[in-house]
Design a protein around this ligand. Structure first.
Ligand code: ACO
Length: 273
């Protein structure tokens, strides 16, 4: 059987996948970047090429971008990992889990690390990321939505952390934001049952900031983008740094961090006045 090939083995050291092989579109319009999962006929199933291309976008995101929208074309945001990975043939050019299973630990680790990089950059303080989620967001699709700062969902949304049902763990950086959003007990409930979470529950437990009718999703996202762009760029980045650091700091440490950020802000705003 063929060994797993690029992009799983690239580990970020060579070319990342092209948008075409990744099933993605990427557009930048001024301060707004939009990533579209663009394989609706396969419910935007994701491959290692998808994650490698996402990581590449993170590496080269233009500095002017302040808001990143992640959306999926068609009825589903994303049906998760491409199930061909579970077959002996795998995904053409990318191998299968049975070939990945024979990789040495270092290659294996680097491959997953590069895939995770495709998700992690969406939390950078300099940007705010919004997932626009309709229909199914399963497994890797759920984790991609979790990687974003905010989730605006259509009322037909169906979140599902299906990995444990398939013998896997969620490893695309989704476990920490899930626990932070819904708490440990609810995260265990969702992951260990692999049950579907609809819009009402998603809103109630903090998985979604806003629920709208499917036809209103694009408009709701546009309005949120406008609100986000109405604040000061540097103050927004500093505030996001503060908020993201808060859970791991004591109140005293957080107070110090607030003072430090504010001193930098006031000096920048009033320098020379
Ligand atoms: N991988 C590959 N192909 C997929 C996937 C997937 N994850 N999901 C859907 N497709 C394909 C189907 O095979 C079908 O292809 P075909 O038209 O060539 O037969 C096409 O997309 C449409 O799928 P349907 O099932 O017909 O669409 P429907 O809207 O009825 O159902 C649903 C959508 C519920 C998402 C269903 O497709 C499904 O259950 N998919 C698998 C979900 C899954 O288990 N993902 C893995 C999660 S674990 C992880 O991500 C690590």
């Amino acid at each position: 059987m063929a060994e797993a090939k690029a992009p799983y083995q690239r580990g970020g050291s060579a070319r990342d996948a092209s948008f075409e092989e990744a099933g993605l579109r990427f557009e930048v319009d001024g301060e707004i970047a939009t990533i579209t999962l663009a394989r609706p006929e396969k419910r935007n199933a994701q491959t290692f090429a998808t994650w490698s291309a996402l990581a590449g976008i993170g590496d080269s995101l233009p500095e002017r971008v302040r808001v990143v929208v992640v959306r999926g074309e068609g009825p589903s945001f994303s049906a998760g990992i491409d199930l061909r990975m579970f077959t002996p043939e795998g995904v053409p050019g990318q191998g299968s889990f049975s070939s990945v299973a024979r990789q040495d630990q270092d290659t294996f680790d680097k491959g997953i690390e590069r895939a995770q990089q495709g998700f992690l950059w969406l939390r950078r303080p300099e940007i705010v990321s919004i997932a626009a989620v309709q229909g199914h967001a399963i497994g890797a699709g759920f984790q991609l939505a979790l990687a974003c700062d905010l989730r605006i969902v259509a009322d037909d949304v169906k979140f599902c952390m299906k990995e444990p049902a398939l013998g896997l763990v969620p490893d695309l950086t989704g476990t920490k934001p899930l626990v932070e959003l819904v708490g440990l007990a609810k995260a265990k409930d969702l992951c260990l049952t692999a049950r579907i979470v609809g819009a009402e529950e998603a809103f109630r437990i903090g998985l979604a900031e806003q629920v709208v009718e499917p036809g209103e999703l694009a408009k709701a996202v546009q309005e949120k983008v406008a609100q986000l762009l109405s604040t000061n760029r540097d103050a927004a980045a500093a505030t996001k740094r503060l908020l993201q650091g808060a859970p791991t700091r004591t109140l005293e440490e957080q107070s110090v961090a607030e003072r430090t950020e504010q001193a930098a802000r006031i000096r920048a705003l009033f320098a020379g006045s």
